[in-house]
Design a protein around this ligand. Structure first.
Ligand code: COA
Length: 533
């Protein structure tokens, strides 16, 4: 349970549940919780609630913990420090072998993470890159982002989405998404990578775009679309259309976001066919790049087949046609560079009020973030001292209360899975179905209904699937092992990405700053979207 951390998971718990659970809160955990927080106040608040529970008083911490993270208040800081002195977090010698084992496992996981990241960053591969840059004279998606964003410290979301799916590898789901700053404003971006099958949309690409839009809606973030897409990936069209969360939902969301006054800006920086053409047409302001950008519902070959007419892409739906005749776009740019400058100008004209610059006062962590690699759990058969046997008393009721509290908590939520997240833990600790603002995994994390390492103890598995045959049991275990892995989860977009333990503090701080921005926006509904006439 304590392998996951959410902002709000520690309040309004039943005392019996909490007092049973607190036994598992080891000094190591407490010590390293500091690494997840911008300052110590959050962990102190957390410990405060735990202490209240131990005294058998039900905590009603109705406060949002996040504002504490932004308050630079020396008096309060001093008070917390006095009430809750820093614990001695030295690792007991009896646990050192666990630390070493975890460390080795983390190193192996990080190696896999790095190899995969390298593979994903090559998009559709060498020949597709050459076709994209030399024949089609377009910039690569990461070069585009470099021109668009203030700096390179953007938060990339789910880079492993699309990895090793039943229908093959789709690097980064053929679409980069993330949150970066433009002229000081945090914006969600969705950028097709046309080196992956012409930027066509796979089922996983739809899921990734929908998740990015959901983040934009939940956090009231301005959205930018860099569109370079051949529309639906036709061999998988049946999985892209027409269900509720299929392709059409992207356009539906665009309208809803517009009605919510969440500004959306698009750049047509490639050939945008069919579904790819609706995204810029439904955005509130759109820039098209001359000679590179085009938009049509059906391209020249289809026109030829349907009407017999020969027509060039430029005449059918090029930059001049759309900016002079159709009115589907608002700005004509003669180069990609000019287009991204134009987007930056558009953002400036929105007159966003930015959160004031703050000088935060906080202590640096007492221990190196690298140490987290030894604390990232490999397994639980040899974990630290834990008293479980109370689990049986009130578990169901306590979990139901916890789930209700997490679901209804009106505070921003960040979930970080640092170890096993099995079955109902995913609900009570704010997994995907409980709508956290952000959900990340460490590379060693395992997400599944059951822990594959316990498979042999499940009579059902042995009887029905394996009929006593050890090789079948082994095969089943291997399959579940793979399905438990963080990479399997991230490939399917059950999270917002895998992050390295050492980067947890940085990523969470970034999320906190991003979430804070919405306080400074006017988010009133205008009830109707911007419509091109
Ligand atoms: N579905 C599946 N695969 C597609 C595709 C689609 N809609 N559109 C393109 N591809 C594939 C191509 O087969 C090619 O695959 P390969 O690399 O394995 O050979 C790859 O994407 C790149 O296409 P290519 O035409 O060689 O590249 P390009 O940069 O010259 O053009 C497009 C890219 C998208 C502009 C062009 O392929 C196109 O117009 N496709 C048709 C789009 C369409 O009609 N969509 C309708 C959707 S409802």
């Amino acid at each position: 349970m304590w392998n996951n951390i959410t902002s709000c998971s520690l309040w309004r718990l039943s005392p019996s549940f909490m007092s049973s659970r607190i036994q598992t809160l080891t000094p190591l955990f407490i010590r390293h919780c500091k690494d997840f927080c911008k300052n110590r106040q959050t962990i102190w608040t957390l410990r405060n609630s735990l202490c209240q529970v131990l005294k058998k008083t039900v905590p009603t911490l109705t406060c949002n913990m996040f504002p504490h993270c932004f308050v630079s208040n020396k008096a309060r800081y001093g008070q917390y420090k006095k009430t809750f002195p820093v614990l001695d977090g030295s690792i007991p010698s009896v646990c050192e072998h666990v630390f070493e084992e975890n460390l080795r496992n983390s190193e192996a996981c990080i190696q896999r993470y790095s190899e995969l990241l390298c593979k994903v960053s090559k998009g559709g591969g060498e020949s597709a890159i050459l076709r994209h840059t030399q024949r089609n004279k377009k910039l690569l998606v990461r070069e585009r982002l470099r021109m668009l964003l203030d700096d390179e410290t953007f938060l990339e979301l789910s880079p492993f989405a699309g990895f090793d799916l039943p229908y093959g590898d789709v690097p980064a789901a053929g679409c980069l998404t993330g949150i970066g700053k433009i002229c000081g404003v945090w914006c969600v971006f969705m950028a097709n990578d046309a080196t992956v099958k012409g930027g066509t949309i796979y089922p996983i690409s739809v899921k990734k775009q929908l998740r990015a839009q959901q983040i934009a809606i939940q956090n009231r973030l301005l959205s930018i679309y860099l569109v370079d897409s051949g529309g639906a990936f036709l061999p998988l069209q049946a999985e892209l259309f027409p269900d509720q969360s299929h392709g059409g939902r992207v356009f539906y969301n665009e309208a809803i976001m517009s009605a919510m006054k969440i500004p959306q800006v698009a750049v047509v920086c490639g050939s945008c066919t069919a579904g790819g053409a609706y995204v810029p047409t439904m955005a509130e302001e759109t820039v098209i790049v001359d000679k590179i950008g085009s938009m049509f519902l059906a391209g020249p070959p289809l026109v030829k087949a349907a009407t017999g007419e020969d027509i060039s892409p430029e005449d059918l739906g090029g930059a001049s046609m759309h900016s002079k005749v159709s009115g589907c776009v608002d700005h004509f740019a003669s180069s990609e560079k000019e287009a991204y400058e134009c987007v930056r100008n558009i953002i400036l004209t929105l007159n966003y009020e930015l959160p004031p610059e703050e000088t935060l006062e906080y202590d640096d962590p007492l221990y190196s973030a690298e140490e987290l690699l030894g604390l990232a759990p490999r397994g639980y058969s040899y974990t630290l001292h834990i008293k479980l046997a109370e689990d049986h008393t009130n578990r169901l009721k306590a979990q139901a209360s916890m789930m209700a509290a997490v679901a209804c908590a009106a505070v921003p939520k960040i979930t970080l899975v640092i170890g096993g997240c099995y079955g109902n833990e995913s609900y009570a600790m704010c997994g995907r179905s409980f709508d956290p603002n952000f959900l990340f995994l460490w590379p060693n994390a395992r997400v599944a209904l059951v822990d594959s390492r316990h498979i042999s103890t499940f009579p059902q598995a042995r009887d029905d699937d394996c009929t006593g045959d050890d090789s079948e049991l082994k095969h089943l275990k291997e399959k579940l092992d793979e399905e438990n892995s963080a990479f399997h989860s991230s490939a399917r977009l059950w999270d917002d990405g895998i992050i390295l333990p050492q980067n947890s503090r940085k990523v969470i701080a970034q999320c906190l700053t991003i979430m804070k921005q919405q306080k400074y926006q006017i988010a009133s509904l205008q009830h109707y979207p911007v419509i091109r006439l």
